[in-house]
Ligand binder design. Structure first.
Ligand SMILES: C[S@@+](CC[C@H](N)C(=O)[O-])C[C@H]1O[C@@H](n2cnc3c(N)ncnc32)[C@H](O)[C@@H]1O
Length: 284
């Protein structure tokens, strides 16, 4: 039985920090939405007119426009990897990464976790930050399993194992649309804490069922719409196969498998009138 109160206590300080940063640094997302609308209409966007924090995101949208006109999108494409790296290192994604790292380490510190699993790891920006935080907190006895549909996960894992030899880091090629991975039938110590960032829009709602098969605690970092209305930003990402995800549908699916579904950023989304929630926690 998971101690819910301990888990909720573990996320309190990280969410307070996130709320503070969101309300001070990124309270106005409208310019980014306007940039998406202009790019979709084929109009020029001058990045100098925007908050520098949005520049990598504007660059990514330009790349989406360019690639989706000429070829199919691949997360393993070197151009995509290079721009996504810039996005990952930019202020917006850094805030999301810092928050998920703080949430994961907060939960580890207050609840007894047996295994950590990341879904859709990609180039491993979040996993590397989690390894760093675990090392700094002298937590090296919880194994980390990173996973992605792309076989490039092996390179990401090799890099992490090289940098954090004191940790146990496994990697698996796992397309979450195919259901549970057989790795977890043998190699798992419960409770299992699963986290993912920005993978579900590509994997779809079905990922929830596959992940729920192994997760005792789950943290989703995805923009889940709460208004039901698609924005230009959503239409932009639809061009590369991202699905428009609605919180209500995700909640229904989560509630079938978890006893608690918690919108971590509820206070800030009301305060800044955001159309999406970005941090969802579910506990069995
Ligand atoms: C936007 S990137 C995010 C990468 C990483 N989570 C981060 O935040 O830096 C999306 C990642 O999800 C992975 N992905 C997409 N669909 C997937 C699926 N069905 N199963 C597993 N991984 C998937 C992609 O290969 C890619 O690495």
């Amino acid at each position: 039985m998971i101690d819910r109160q301990a888990v909720l206590a573990g996320i309190a300080a990280p969410i307070n920090r996130y709320n503070y940063k969101m309300s001070h640094d990124f309270s106005d997302w409208q310019p980014l939405e306007d940039a998406a609308a202009l790019l979709l209409q084929g109009k020029p966007v001058n990045k100098a007119d925007y908050n520098p924090a949005f520049w990598p995101l504007i660059k990514m949208m330009r790349l989406i426009m360019e690639k989706s006109e000429t070829s199919s999108w691949s997360w393993s494409d070197p151009d995509v990897l290079a721009v996504f790296q810039e996005v990952s290192e930019g202020a917006v994604y850094t805030l999301f990464a810092e928050t998920i790292v703080d949430i994961v380490t907060g939960i580890i510190a207050s609840a007894d976790i047996g295994t950590l699993v990341e879904v859709g790891t990609g180039s491993g920006t979040v996993s590397a930050a989690i390894c760093r935080a675990m090392r700094n907190n002298s937590i090296t006895d919880i194994p980390l399993v990173i996973s992605d549909q792309s076989p490039m996960i092996r390179q990401t894992a090799d890099r992490l194992r090289g940098a954090y030899p004191e940790m146990t880091i496994a990697d698996i090629v796992w397309d979450v649309r195919t259901g549970a991975h057989e790795y977890f039938s043998r190699n798992i110590k419960r409770p299992v804490l699963v986290f993912e960032r920005f993978c579900m829009p590509y994997a779809g709602y079905g990922a929830i069922d596959a992940i729920a098969g192994i997760a005792d605690i789950l943290i989703l970092v995805d923009d889940l719409n709460i208004t039901g209305e698609m924005a230009s930003f959503d239409r932009m990402y639809e061009r590369i196969g991202a699905q428009f995800l609605v919180f209500e549908e995700a909640r229904k699916r989560l509630e079938k498998r978890f006893s608690l579904v918690h919108v971590c950023d509820r206070d800030i989304i009301k305060m800044v009138n955001s159309p999406v929630t970005s941090f969802t926690l579910a506990i069995k």
